[in-house]
Ligand binder design. Structure first.
Ligand code: LMR
Length: 338
């Protein structure tokens, strides 16, 4: 927890938290305010999904609810979001599933296993399937209710030197999200993993604190990382997927009509966010290419096979952490072939 203002905000939140248990009454004098914080730009799949949810939620509750969206870590950044949710100073988050390990729900890191998904179709078999439900159920004991899975897209490695073969990553400092699976993935490349809040990545790349990173094009372009990364390889080695979550007490304490309206709004916003994710990334990739700042390399079939061979080792290595059952269940849903 950093500066005094955030500490002051959380002290008030502690006081507010006590009221969360009490059933919420929609006061005649004003709408209920729901704060939705996230760490990416607004013109991204998640940013647009959140804005669309706001529009629908306010419409479907006939103004009884006001949704305040805080993009780009403007309210809470990585490492602060989950605590703020548990204290009630924010009501909705949509963190990457790679950020649930620190909460003690390591099974979510199954999504981070390299090359476990080859397409959005396979990904949806998991997020809309049994595994998705099982993972959300694991959040309940943490006081969190999972509302939906939102897509971003496939990650690509980037650096300031050409990355054609996995060995090209040797010795590079690579920024990752707070996931042990991603840590193991970077070590498997002979590189050095550095966990860092998303809001700090651009500057870290610009100053050389880290040499490279991994992102879907929409995050890379909207955070201007392409301006400080000369090379990118279309490795498609993993996904960024989000879990839209809320505070369990807050959600169960909502008046039934409000909760139903918000659930409907969330369903429609989810359909929308997932329908634009691939296009947003394709368009961002074109913008990166058009900028002339980053050389986008498409690996040969043999090079791609080398990346896969190098990174698939992580699956076995992480079995103990994620759980064999969780991995096997996903393998079955995606019909995984090593
Ligand atoms: C990251 O930290 O790289 C991503 O999780 C950011 C995001 O929310 O897409």
């Amino acid at each position: 927890m950093t500066d005094p203002s955030r500490r002051a905000m959380l002290r008030t939140a502690t006081a507010v938290a006590a009221t969360i248990a009490a059933p919420l009454v929609v006061r005649a004098q004003g709408p209920m305010v729901i704060k939705f914080s996230h760490v990416v730009a607004s013109d991204t799949p998640k940013g647009k999904g959140a804005d669309y949810f706001k529009k629908l939620a306010e419409e479907k509750t006939a103004g009884k609810v006001k949704v305040e969206i805080y993009p780009n870590s403007t309210l809470f950044k990585d490492g602060e979001e989950m605590e703020a949710l548990s204290l009630g100073s924010v009501q909705l988050l949509a963190p990457s599933v790679a950020k649930f390990g620190p909460l003690g729900v390591r099974e979510f890191e199954v999504f981070d296993l390299p090359y476990i998904f080859d397409s959005f179709t396979e990904l949806h078999r998991v997020t809309d399937g049994e595994s998705g439900k099982t993972l959300f159920a694991k959040l309940e004991s943490k006081g969190i209710t999972g509302l939906a899975f939102w897509d971003n897209g496939f990650k690509q490695f980037s650096a300031n030197k050409p990355l054609h073969e996995p060995t090209d990553c040797r010795g590079l400092k690579m920024r990752i999200q707070s996931s042990k699976v991603l840590d193991a993935q970077i070590r498997a490349l002979g590189a050095i993993p550095q966990v860092m809040a998303f809001s700090e990545v651009y500057q870290a790349l610009q100053t050389g604190v880290v040499d490279g990173t991994e992102n879907p094009p929409s995050n890379m372009f909207t955070q201007k990382m392409h301006e400080v990364q000369k090379h990118m390889i279309m490795s498609d080695h993993g996904v960024i997927e989000y879990a839209v979550i809320t505070n369990k007490k807050f959600w169960s304490g909502l008046p039934a009509d409000i909760r139903t309206a918000l659930e409907t709004a969330m369903k429609e916003a989810t359909r929308y966010a997932n329908s634009i994710a691939k296009l947003e990334n394709d368009q961002a990739l074109e913008k990166i290419k058009a900028s002339g700042r980053t050389t986008v390399y498409v690996p040969t079939a043999q090079e791609k096979a080398n990346w896969r061979k190098t990174l698939l080792k992580v699956h076995k290595e992480m079995e103990g952490r994620i759980g064999r059952d969780t991995i096997q269940a996903v393998y079955k849903e995606v019909n995984f072939k090593a």
